[in-house]
Design a protein around this ligand. Structure first.
Ligand SMILES: [Zn+2]
Ligand SMILES: [Zn+2]
Length: 377
């Protein structure tokens, strides 16, 4: 009897929890997104996020996954094999799914930088091959939060403290730019590395957005890896068994993915290199990790390359985890004020408040500048 009691105690003591803080699209410390962070009914309708781009064969028939890692943090081949199996099961990509390990980021280069700043600086994007259509693109970063500088605001309600705490957890950003950030220091992640990565990938593919048997974008099934908590049993692990029972998706989550796979396609969202592009009448919205550009006028592939190059060339700072917007009216519109006004009015109807605000600021700037001067904000 005593032996049984001790064994039960070991079982209880070895049950650990590995949670997720991906609460939907909001991640940035702005009033706009902070208001949405508490939503518990699935991601709000938002043209910028596009799980369909990953799931469906149109408009991009190929998927390129870049797995970047700070030295000492890289995932195992087994973890990436599970990722490949998961993506191959649910993503209809007739021209293939490629998972590429990016070049290693040295610990010296990573020191002091939050994960999104690392992403902006070291993201390579899919190789451009002449005559080959651009693929859908997913960026995954493995990093060590011990290398990030702890803000002096830690332990307070300041947004920097919130961002630091958030960066401790593996998480998927959905907006403004879909990407996965895996902190190898987090809790018991090392016991369930496959399930933690699949969980965050599930968020990028749109899980969990249904209203039934779900809460805060997570599945309520205790055996599904889209549950908000991956339960880890060290007892099972020490016996040589899988450390968690949550190795698969439940039927409801499978059905949800298939429904989205077969649903209406996105027609105005695509990847140009690493840049997520959303085109609207008269303007386009480009995004990278915590960077968004509003382009008024005719969008060209070079605009996307320029945005990527400018973002990568930014001086990375330890305290820079803010969401930033920039806006520009292109020369073709500046020469035609009526068309410019029409594009501004369109952008002022955008689904995102910051894009609406940016459009108004560009218009104010154009009005206050002499004809021909560039309008940038
Ligand atoms: Zn989650
Ligand atoms: Zn589920």
């Amino acid at each position: 009897m005593k032996a049984l009691a001790i064994r039960l105690l070991v079982c209880v003591a070895s049950l650990w929890l590995a949670g997720c803080v991906t609460d939907g699209p909001a991640t940035a410390p702005t009033p706009e997104t902070a208001a949405e962070a508490g939503a518990d009914t699935g991601p709000p309708a938002d043209a910028q996020t596009a799980p369909e781009l990953y799931l469906q064969a149109s408009p991009q028939r190929r998927l390129y996954v870049e797995v970047a890692a700070v030295a000492g943090c890289a995932p195992s081949n087994r973890t990436l094999d599970r990722l490949r199996d998961f993506l191959s099961t649910y993503c209809d990509k007739p021209d293939g799914i490629e998972i590429d390990r990016g070049s290693e980021i040295s610990r010296a280069e990573a020191r002091g930088l939050p994960p999104r700043a690392l992403a902006r600086r070291f993201m390579k994007g899919p190789p451009e091959v002449a005559g080959t259509p651009a693929p859908a693109y997913l960026y995954i970063l493995y990093y060590d939060s011990d290398l990030s500088r702890k803000p002096c605001t830690q332990g307070t309600n300041h947004w920097a403290a919130t961002a630091y705490a958030e960066n401790q957890h593996p998480h998927a950003d959905l907006r403004p730019y879909p990407a996965i950030y895996m902190n190898v220091r987090y809790g018991f992640q090392k016991w369930v590395p496959n399930e933690m990565l699949l969980h965050e990938t599930g968020h990028v593919l749109g899980l969990v957005s249904r209203p039934d048997f779900a809460k805060n974008h997570h599945c309520l099934s205790p055996n599904c890896f889209m549950n908000s908590t991956i339960r880890v049993s060290l007892h099972r692990a020490f016996l040589g068994e899988p450390a968690t029972r949550q190795m698969q998706l439940c039927g409801r989550c499978m059905t949800e993915l298939v429904r989205r796979l077969k649903g209406p396609p996105q027609t105005n969202v695509y990847f140009a290199g690493p840049v997520l592009v959303r085109t609207e009448p008269g303007y386009a919205v480009l995004s990278l990790p915590n960077r968004v550009a509003l382009i008024l006028g005719h969008l060209t592939p070079q605009d996307c390359r320029d945005f990527a190059a400018e973002t990568q060339a930014e001086a990375a700072r330890p305290d820079d985890d803010e969401l930033r917007y920039r806006g520009v009216a292109k020369d073709d519109l500046l020469a035609e004020p009526q068309r410019l006004r029409a594009a501004v009015e369109q952008a002022e109807q955008d689904s995102q408040p910051n894009i609406r605000r940016m459009a108004g600021e560009i218009w104010q700037k154009v009005q206050s500048h002499p004809a021909g001067a560039p309008a940038k904000t």
